[in-house]
Write a protein that binds this ligand. Structure first.
Ligand SMILES: Cc1cc2nc3c(=O)[nH]c(=O)nc-3n(C[C@H](O)[C@H](O)[C@H](O)COP(=O)(O)OP(=O)(O)OC[C@H]3O[C@@H](n4cnc5c(N)ncnc54)[C@H](O)[C@@H]3O)c2cc1C
Ligand code: FES
Length: 257
C-alpha cells in the first residue's frame, strides 16, 4: 500500500459527465489487480479521500474512470495534464479467477464498467475469452467501444432502447450464462438484488462475484464506516471487499447510502 503523488497525464470526457483520467504512477501500476481501487484526495475542500476503481493500466500509468456526482468527483474532472493528484493504494481484494476458468462473463451496469474494463484487458491477455454485457440508460451514456480491448465480445442494452436491446442488462444473463465458467459484475445495488433474488433463472449455479460500492471514510480498515452484514458476519468493504461472492450477502435486506 503506497501513498503517491501522481502527475495527471491526460483527462478527457468520454461520455457526458464521465472522465477518463490517466495518471503517472509506476508504483501502483506495477501491483494493481482488477477489482482493486485507490483512495484519491480530491482537492483541499473535501476532507475524506474518494474511492475509485483502477480502470486501466499501462507499464507506468493507471487510468481512472470518473463519473461526476458531487464535489470530489467534480474537482477531479477539472484536473489537467501537469496537475498532481494524491492517491493511496492499491486497496481491496480484487476479483478472483479460478485457474480452470476460460470463459468469463462480465456484467457492467453504467459506471460499473470501471473495474471490469481493466478485468477484460487482463484476462484476454491471459488467454481467456470475454463476453461483456454492458448496460446504460441511453445511447449517449454508453461506454465507448473503442476503449475496450478489440477481442471483447460486446453485447449492449439500453433502458430506452436507443442502442442495443431495450431493457435491463440482467435480462440477457440467461442467454450467456451456460457458456460462462464464472460471472463478474459491477453495477447498482438494484442489479445485484435482481441477480440474487432470481439467481436460479439468471445465473443458474454459476460462481458469481460482484463489486460493492459503499461510502468509505478511510479505505484501509480503520474507521469501520464501510461495514456490511454478510451471511458470515460483519465485513469491511474496503478490506474484505469490495469484491464479494454474490451468495455471501443478503442483498434483498441490504440498505446502503
Ligand atoms: C470500491 C469503490 C470503487 C469505486 N469506483 C468508482 C469508479 O471507478 N468511478 C466512479 O465514478 N465512482 C466510483 N465509486 C464511487 C465513488 O467513490 C463516489 O461516486 C464518490 O466517492 C463520490 O464523491 P463526490 O465527492 O463526488 O460525491 P459526494 O458529494 O460525496 O456525494 C454525491 C452523491 O454520490 C453518492 N455517493 C457518495 N459516495 C459514494 C460511493 N462510495 N458509492 C456510491 N455513491 C456514492 C452520495 O450518496 C451522493 O448522492 C467507487 C466506490 C467504491 C466504494
Ligand atoms: S472505509 Fe474505513 S474501515 Fe472501510
Amino acid at each position: 500500500m503506497k501513498q503517491v503523488v501522481a502527475p495527471v497525464i491526460s483527462n478527457s470526457e468520454v461520455m457526458p459527465g464521465v472522465y477518463l483520467i490517466w495518471l503517472e504512477s509506476p508504483q501502483i501500476a506495477s501491483v494493481a489487480q482488477p477489482g482493486q481501487f485507490v483512495m484519491v484526495r480530491c482537492g483541499e475542500d473535501t476532507l475524506l479521500r474518494r474511492p475509485l476503481s483502477i480502470h486501466q493500466r499501462d507499464s507506468d500509468k493507471i487510468a481512472l474512470l470518473v463519473n461526476v456526482v458531487g464535489k470530489g468527483t467534480h474537482w477531479l474532472s477539472q484536473c489537467k495534464g501537469g496537475n498532481n493528484v494524491e492517491i493511496f493504494g492499491t486497496l481491496g481484494n480484487g476479483f478472483t479467477i479460478h485457474p480452470t476458468s476460460r470463459n468469463l462473463l462480465l456484467v457492467a451496469g453504467g459506471i460499473g464498467i470501471a473495474p471490469l474494463g481493466f478485468m477484460a484487458r487482463e484476462v484476454l491477455n491471459q488467454g481467456c475469452s470475454v463476453t461483456l454485457l454492458l448496460g446504460a440508460s441511453t445511447a449517449t451514456q454508453l461506454y465507448p467501444r473503442h476503449l475496450l480491448p478489440p477481442k471483447t465480445e460486446l453485447i449492449i442494452t439500453t433502458e430506452d432502447g436507443t442502442i442495443g436491446k431495450k431493457g435491463m442488462i440482467t435480462n440477457l444473463l440467461p442467454d450467456f450464462v451456460d457458456w460462462a465458467d464464472q460471472v463478474f459484475a459491477c453495477g447498482p445495488l438494484g442489479m445485484y438484488k435482481d441477480m440474487y433474488t432470481q439467481r436460479e433463472k439468471l445465473l443458474k449455479t454459476k460462481p458469481t462475484q460482484v463489486s460493492l460500492e459503499v461510502r468509505m471514510g478511510c479505505g484501509r480498515g480503520v474507521c469501520y464506516g464501510c461495514t456490511v452484514k454478510t451471511k458470515t458476519g460483519l465485513k469491511q468493504v474496503c478490506k474484505d471487499g469490495p469484491v464479494f461472492d454474490l451468495d455471501d450477502i443478503p442483498w434483498d435486506k441490504l440498505e446502503l447510502l
